[in-house]
Design a protein around this ligand. Structure first.
Ligand code: C2E
Ligand code: MG
Ligand code: MG
Length: 453
């Protein structure tokens, strides 16, 4: 693994930290050669872990004991991340550097650290909780990202983490694109207020009932200069700039309006809306949404990811219960793609679980994915949830999912996301149901079924 230069951290170590204890910890995982990459492409991460209640503990325990507390914290961190390079950077601060091929490794590391550091510490025979806050940065191992930028971003992330009281990570890979992102962020604020956004709807088909029971609303941006911009390019920007609140409220209002149009055309469907994780801890957002839905009587569903719950489980679960209590159906989106925790899964008031398309698109060509999908279906049923497979593109995948007991499917096989104008004739026509009906056709006839659809 690549080492971060010792000198950079060394000048951050304060003189009264017991230096003797530094070396065993700072050598953890430090077997790499500076400048030498074992893997050609990957991510480097820097996490700053800061003891938030340091002042309180110092008053309680006295200075000599509290000044060595950071060594205990660093030891616990090194037990969780044995391959990381860990340096004590002050009385209340540890720096953690490591690499991985996947960016998700950072979220997983922070979650594991939060869990480990949540356990009380035995300090002079007394049990104490040490509250640790995390600010992190991530950048590609290749591409001239220097360590100064990584540490500056991690420091900014830590400042945000202190005020927001959740772990914050910043991605420095955007680099040259950051100006572009800033432009897009300011364009987005205008877009929300000037109807440049629009919704497309993608149906979910219930396999046993042979009917479309709901649709998912997916937002798009018709940018005056760039043309069509997809959500993966602007939702993360909206989350960062907090425009996500206005964007989501716009989406909810538009869905309520479109649901009335659908009903007037004889189609009574629940509309599912994607809700970003940051909103699940926003009490004002929750109140506004409840007022909107109660006033309109709309039948909505919210798609949330598990990763978003893991960030601040207490408020997320409480707010999801508020939503469920007013009749909003909660669906867990992208199941299997992010962090999964059975402990949280059990507590969520969710009625649907959507298996990530990553597992579904490869269903008939991979050996492992059918096993994962099958066990996920069984798990969801045991938790009394219905299962939706997203990303169903072929009749073979649909047939296999049906045999496995999957309740609903969604994907290009049935329909791509389409505008409301196209959705109404699509629903009225009912041709799509012929595709879903063919699920009972023998597997060897599936090629013919596909052509007929
Ligand atoms: P998602 O909620 O998991 O949505 C599914 C994505 O998969 C959609 O991409 C959809 O077009 C695509 N998809 C559907 N069927 C298939 C298929 O058969 N094969 C393949 N390969 N892809 C399929 P889209 O519309 O680009 O949305 C991407 C993500 O953006 C969504 O993932 C969701 O997380 C987010 N998003 C979309 N609209 C909103 C919104 O209003 N608010 C928030 N917060 N996020 C949104
Ligand atoms: Mg979704
Ligand atoms: Mg999804």
């Amino acid at each position: 693994m690549r080492e971060f230069p010792q000198s950079h951290f060394a000048n951050r170590v304060q003189a009264d930290v017991p230096l003797g204890s530094l070396s065993p910890i700072s050598q953890v995982g430090g077997g790499g050669v500076p400048g030498h990459f074992q893997r050609p492409i990957g991510w480097q991460f820097l996490i700053l872990a800061e003891i938030e209640n340091f002042g309180v503990l110092r008053r309680h325990l006295g200075r000599p004991r509290v000044d060595t507390l950071i060594v205990d914290v660093a030891a616990r961190i090194s037990a969780v991340l044995p391959d990381a390079r860990i340096v004590i950077a002050g009385r209340d601060m540890v720096e953690i550097a490591f690499e991985s091929e996947a960016r998700l490794a950072l979220d997983m590391a922070i979650t594991a650290l939060e869990t480990a550091l949540d356990l009380p510490f035995d300090l002079d025979g007394e049990s104490h909780r040490v509250h640790v806050q995390f600010g992190a940065s991530a950048g590609p191992t290749i591409g001239a990202r220097d360590e100064v930028q990584l540490i500056e971003e991690a420091e900014r992330a830590l400042a945000d983490a202190r005020s927001e009281r959740v772990a914050v990570a910043r991605d420095v890979s955007a680099g040259a694109e950051s100006v572009d992102r800033a432009q897009l962020a300011s364009d987005l604020t205008i877009a929300i207020n000037t109807d440049q956004l629009f919704l497309q709807y993608q149906p979910k088909v219930h396999l046993r009932r042979q009917e479309i029971t709901s649709v998912e609303a997916l937002v798009r941006w018709n940018h005056p200069i760039r043309g069509l911009v997809l959500p993966s390019d602007f939702i993360p920007i909206a989350e960062e700039s907090r425009d996500i609140v206005a964007l989501t409220l716009w989406t909810i209002r538009r869905s309520i309006r479109d649901q009335k149009t659908l009903a007037a055309n004889g189609h009574d469907l629940r509309i599912f809306i994607n809700i970003a994780g940051v909103l699940l801890a926003d009490a004002r957002f929750v109140r506004t949404v409840c007022a909107l839905i109660e006033a309109s009587g709309a039948r909505l569903g919210f798609e949330i990811t598990e990763t978003s719950v893991i960030r601040d489980p207490e408020s997320a679960i409480a707010n999801l219960k508020i939503f469920a209590d007013i009749g909003i159906v909660i669906a867990i989106d992208d199941y299997g793609a992010g962090l999964s925790s059975l402990a949280y899964l059990k507590q969520l008031p969710a009625r649907e679980l959507k298996i990530d398309k990553l597992f579904v698109t490869q269903l008939t060509s991979s050996n492992r994915d059918p096993l994962i999908v099958r066990s996920t279906i069984d798990l969801a049923h045991a938790l009394e949830m219905e299962v939706v497979a997203e990303g169903v593109e072929t009749p073979a995948a649909m047939a296999l999912l049906s045999v496995m007991g999957c309740d609903m499917i969604q994907g290009f096989l049935i329909s791509r996301p389409i505008n409301l104008d196209a959705l109404i004739p699509f629903l009225t026509d009912e041709k799509h149901l012929a595709i879903a009906a063919d699920v009972r056709a023998p597997f060897n006839r599936l090629a013919t079924v596909w052509k007929r659809g």
